[in-house]
Write a protein that binds this ligand. Structure first.
Ligand code: ATP
Ligand code: MG
Ligand code: MG
Ligand code: MG
Length: 505
């Protein structure tokens, strides 16, 4: 099955179960100050779950474009390194608003995966919520008993609150969830392990594809749980992962979702995909990032120096630097991927092909502007680390003839290999290197960045500005408007989350 057919089959299947097919919401969230980008299919239905809006249809299904580069869900660092976390991905979903519940949801996921898609039953295993006594949360025995009809018991794994209980925030709708995983290891390898050992979350060929959330409770301010009068189902399946499973590939990037992009990059760079791990990662990162960049721009958010616009600028600069350093693509290139992508998404998300020229032009301009300072910035970075390395060697009385990369030298110097925050700030201020790009470059050469010092430098330069206090509470951040606050800088590692920290004045 092609990716297009797989997507279509999902929607058709749920349509045959009386679901109304709805459109994806934009990836950029404009009317919710607590969420910057859509990070799950259910976002557009938040008000229904909160009881603040009525559902138009009791059952709906769609494919939602999502972005996970900030807040609770930040997968940016995995992208390109592993083969199944993307910045932008599609989440297939089906919902019941006070209509069907666990019995139908479980039966239909099983029917779809094994009968429509034909995934061998012995490759699937599921997880259910084990309960949490301390938090007063019961085990989901109902889901366990339902799964038992389809799956041998040693393939029903008990999961903890972190993986198998969903909540929107500290209060509000919440409930247990049941995940479905596929073990894509070769048959003989799979046969050698028993059910319980399948929970090898780190194995690159054992991947979670689908999450079924059962919104069963309402958590009150005092922490107690109330059973919701109308219970809901919210499911999300990673489309690119599903395609990988059905096309029998070892990586999402080997499917027809990503291959057109990868092939285009590989041709332009004159380097075969698969030739080398470093160039492969660079190609995967670019193929991934251009999707995020293009859809965010198409949905109305231009690259900028703050907020959502800065998130997208950072992702773009990250991609440009991968192309420049590892694929030797020194001229603007990323923008050429926009037409390739637009072609792929015709008839799925037409927003892109309809604005293809505009999106391409924006990306091109961004590339041109960053490429003006990129080379000098990289040179500055290289000469800084070289000088620091020499300094550390002589400080530690190490023979300068020894290569700095030597394992023994590294074992002695590793704790001292710190890039000053002031220098990181200079790279940002003068050469437009977002801090996470500097951190990434540092990490590649086993250096750390002094983030405390970086923040001090940043604060020194920041002018006073007024805004809001943000508290991270889960899938959404709660924003309390407070005029008596002053901006003092971005939150450490979460600069991308735009969770700004403010100090009372
Ligand atoms: P994982 O544990 O793999 O990070 P998750 O538990 O964070 O996934 P959910 O929030 O349950 O993911 O989202 C529902 C589905 O969306 C997942 O089962 C997975 O198939 C898919 N998914 C989640 N994050 C990504 C991502 N970054 N890229 C591609 N697909 C994803
Ligand atoms: Mg995750
Ligand atoms: Mg998970
Ligand atoms: Mg999950």
């Amino acid at each position: 099955m092609t990716a297009k057919e797989i997507r279509q089959a999902y929607l058709k299947f749920f349509e045959s179960k009386q679901h109304h097919i709805v459109s994806s919401a934009p990836i950029v969230v404009k009317n919710d100050p607590t969420l910057m980008f859509t990070n799950a299919g259910m976002n557009q239905f938040k008000d229904i779950f909160l009881g603040e809006a009525a559902a138009k249809y009791p059952r709906v299904t769609d494919t939602q474009r999502c972005l996970r580069v900030s807040g609770k869900h930040n997968d940016l660092e995995e992208v390109g390194i592993d083969t199944y976390h993307h910045t932008m991905f599609e989440m297939l979903g089906n919902w019941s608003f006070g209509d069907y519940f666990k019995k139908e949801a479980i039966a239909w996921s099983w029917e779809l995966l094994t009968e429509v898609y034909g995934i061998p039953k012995d490759k699937l295993y599921v997880s259910i919520f084990e309960g949490d006594e301390k938090e007063g949360l019961p085990r989901d025995t109902e889901a366990y008993d339902l799964w038992k009809q389809y799956v041998p018991e040693d393939r029903i794994i008990l999961g903890n609150k972190k993986d198998n209980f969903w909540e929107m925030g500290d209060t509000g709708p919440c409930g247990p969830c049941s995940e479905i995983h596929v073990d894509c290891r070769p048959d003989d390898e799979r046969a050698a392990v028993s059910g319980k050992e399948l929970v090898n979350a780190d194995h690159p060929q054992v991947i979670e594809i689908w999450n079924n959330v059962f919104m069963q409770f309402n958590r009150l301010k005092d922490g107690s749980l109330q059973t919701l009068p109308a219970q809901h189902v919210d499911t999300g399946m990673g489309f690119e992962r599903l395609v990988r499973v059905l096309q029998n590939k070892a990586s999402n990037y080997d499917t027809d979702v990503f291959q057109p992009l990868i092939q285009f990059i590989s041709q332009k760079a004159g380097i075969a995909y698969g030739a080398d791990e470093k160039t492969d990662i660079a190609m995967r990162v670019m193929a991934d990032h251009i999707r995020a960049i293009s859809f965010v721009i198409a949905d109305g958010q231009l690259p900028a120096n703050n907020k959502a616009g800065y998130v997208i600028r950072r992702i773009l600069r990250r991609a440009v630097r991968y192309a420049y350093t590892f694929l030797d693509l020194k001229d603007p290139f990323l923008n050429q991927l926009v037409p390739v992508l637009a072609e792929q998404f015709k008839g799925v998300f037409d927003e892109l092909s309809l604005q293809q020229d505009f999106v391409q032009k924006v990306v091109l301009e961004e590339e041109v502007s960053f490429l003006r300072t990129l080379a000098t910035g990289i040179q500055r970075f290289e000469s800084y680390t070289k000088k620091q390395a020499e300094f550390l060697m002589s400080e530690n009385a190490i023979d300068l003839e020894k290569p700095f990369e030597d394992a023994w030298v590294y074992s002695i110097l590793k704790d001292q290999m710190v890039i000053s925050g002031e220098f990181a700030f200079e790279l940002q201020d003068t050469y437009g290197f977002p801090i996470d790009l500097t951190e990434l470059m540092a990490r590649e050469q086993k250096w750390n960045v002094d983030m405390d010092e970086y923040h001090i430098s940043l604060q020194k330069q920041k002018s006073r500005s007024r805004a809001a206090t943000a508290v991270d509470t889960g899938d959404w951040i709660t924003v309390h408007p407070d005029p008596e606050t002053e901006f003092v800088g971005y939150d450490d590692l979460e600069i991308e989350t735009k969770i700004l920290k403010y100090r009372q004045v």
